[in-house]
Design a protein around this ligand. Structure first.
Ligand code: G4P
Length: 536
């Protein structure tokens, strides 16, 4: 436990931290923007933009690959470094084929999110989903409209798209001057001047040279043509008159998203964006808890008592160790190695003796960490996703939201003699929260159904059952791609003919359906019931 003399240190460290996730639809530029953040933070001297990125993506998560190639410090879950005096904790939210429930859960560990949108495509499906989790958790969002160096949609149209698709007010803090090949810079709406960029290195491998000047000087110097000037001035005037105002409070409340335009590849607009991000994004603040008495309360980050929760468990991270790692998001106090904490769910004391981050593929020990930080501890076996740990005890953080599954399958052991080991494995994985295990409603002894957000979770499940319980399994995919939690008496509920009702380990009932519109149809047929996308 921290003594009171340390409170000042904890307060100062907390204020320095920006813990956030970058969310995007695949290919919008999340990896490129992350890489540029490292470039401007001085973590890497040149941004690789290495050939064959697509081939690498096929094999593993981008960051693990970056770690291997560049030898920089990246935990499997979060990367920490300094950006102009601010401690950045950027969370890995895998997309693509790695998209899974972990991606959603990781967002709960973020204090803010950066949403990257491709200027040619606008808001896309995966962004919408991730965005809805941020909204549900009250996580403020900054928007970076990327790929302005390519022909794309009109900036005003993109703003309208963000507002409509995500039901949030968008307020542009900078505005592009030109687009495609003619994208020369951005107007800083707050400062009232313009920032012009020049390409450096191949594919933006080096920082872009930039100059800040008044629009008049930019035109006079010939760097901004009168045509571009006219267009930008017209749009800026429109924004001033009809655009949404920006206030940091409205942003922190999740009512407005500040919008920035740029090009991650050529570095145009990247540094001004991260500079504003550092000043706008919130540092860790109080988190809601439920006291053992049932009362609602909060835990302040600056506290003598340490507290954290488990947001991710990764098994078999290191083939040499054959163990699993629990990732903690620290919410209050100071973490120190060998700290003894109360594990709320098991009501036992646990020593956090083996705490790690990953460094260049090797584990390094973490000796001290502060609110907002992510620490990996070797899972003592009792940790499950969503668990609260603290030195004081007596409360729990909000449970992890349960997400609607998009893939469902029936699972059984190939060898019936392995039934016992199979049941044990399923029970353990269910307790860990690695996957949603369901049974047909009213049939508690039926074969388990496994439900997940992404197919990768099934591969992990089968792999773990095989390596940890020596059970080979047969997985038969079911046609359900949508799920919604049922509120109301399930016996009185009439599901659509192709839908099915199933039950989780805690007796919660979910409707699984093949087509999305069936949810609406079911509601019309069952007006006394409710269907929820997320439950806490
Ligand atoms: P992701 O992590 O969101 O999936 O996207 P990623 O950064 O991998 O970017 C997807 C593709 O878009 C990459 O091209 C990347 O180079 C390109 N890209 C990212 N930002 C910009 C930008 O601002 N302008 C332009 N013109 N392109 C951008 P790729 O062909 O898939 O990969 P590579 O082989 O070129 O590296």
């Amino acid at each position: 436990m921290a003594d009171s003399g340390e409170l000042g240190v904890i307060a100062a460290q907390t204020k320095l931290r920006r813990t956030f996730a970058i969310i995007s639809h695949p290919d919008a530029g999340k990896t490129t923007l992350t890489e540029k953040l490292l470039l401007y933070a001085g973590m890497i001297r040149t941004a690789g933009m290495v050939k064959g990125r697509k081939a690498r993506k096929a094999v593993s998560s981008d960051w693990m690959e970056m770690e291997r190639e560049r030898g920089i410090s990246i935990t499997a879950s979060a990367m920490q470094f300094l950006y102009k005096g601010v401690v950045i904790n950027v969370l890995d939210t895998p997309g693509h084929q790695d998209f899974s429930e972990d991606t959603y859960r990781t967002l709960t560990a973020a204090d803010s999110a950066v949403m990257v949108i491709d200027a040619a495509s606008g808001v896309e499906e995966q962004t919408r989903k991730l965005f809805s989790v941020c909204r549900m958790r009250g996580i403020p969002i900054l928007t970076f409209i990327n790929k302005m160096d390519l022909p794309g949609r009109e900036p005003l149209e993109l703003m309208a798209d963000v507002e409509e698709a995500l039901d949030i007010q968008a307020s542009a803090l900078n505005w592009p001057i030109g687009s495609g090949k003619a994208f020369v810079g951005v107007a800083d709406r707050e400062a009232g001047d313009v920032i012009l960029f020049e390409k450096q290195g191949i594919g933006g491998s080096e920082r872009a040279a930039s100059s800040r000047l008044s629009m008049e000087d930019a035109v006079a110097s010939g760097k901004v043509s009168s045509e571009l000037h006219e267009q930008a001035s017209y749009e800026l005037e429109l924004l001033n008159e009809a655009g949404n105002p920006f206030s940091r409070d409205a942003f922190l409340a999740g009512d407005v998203t500040p919008v920035f335009f740029g090009s991650a590849l050529t570095n145009f607009g990247v540094e001004p964006f991260f500079d504003r991000f550092s000043s706008l994004a919130p540092f860790p603040s109080a988190r809601p808890v439920t006291l053992d008495s049932g009362e609602e309360s909060i835990v302040e980050p600056v506290s003598e008592d340490f507290s954290a929760y488990v947001f991710k468990i990764q098994a078999n991270m290191d083939p040499k160790h054959r163990d699993s790692m629990a990732f903690l998001r620290i919410n209050s106090g100071k973490f120190e190695r060998d700290l003894v904490v109360k594990h709320k769910r098991s009501a036992k004391d646990v020593r956090l003796s083996r705490s790690h981050s990953m460094f260049g593929g090797e584990r390094t020990t973490v000796d001290a960490a502060f609110p907002g930080d992510i620490v990996g501890v070797v899972n003592p076996g009792s940790f499950a996703i969503g668990d609260t740990i603290s030195t004081k005890g007596g409360f729990s953080f909000k449970p992890m939201p349960k997400f609607p599954p998009e893939v469902v399958a029936q699972i059984r052991p190939k060898d019936l003699m392995k039934r016992k080991a199979f049941d044990k494995g399923i029970e353990q994985l269910k307790n860990e929260g690695a996957m949603l295990i369901l049974r047909k409603f009213g049939q508690p002894n039926s074969e388990p159904l496994v439900a997940a957000v992404g197919r990768l979770q099934f591969d992990v499940l089968q792999f773990r059952l095989q390596t940890e319980y020596r059970v080979e399994t047969q997985l038969d995919a079911l046609p359900y791609s949508y799920g919604a939690w049922l509120v109301g008496d399930p016996k009185a509920f009439k599901p659509p003919s192709s839908a099915m009702l199933a039950e989780d380990g805690e007796g919660r009932v979910i409707m699984l359906c093949v087509r999305e519109w069936e949810k609406q149809y079911a509601l019309e047929q069952n007006p006394q019931h409710k269907l929820l996308d997320f439950v806490d």
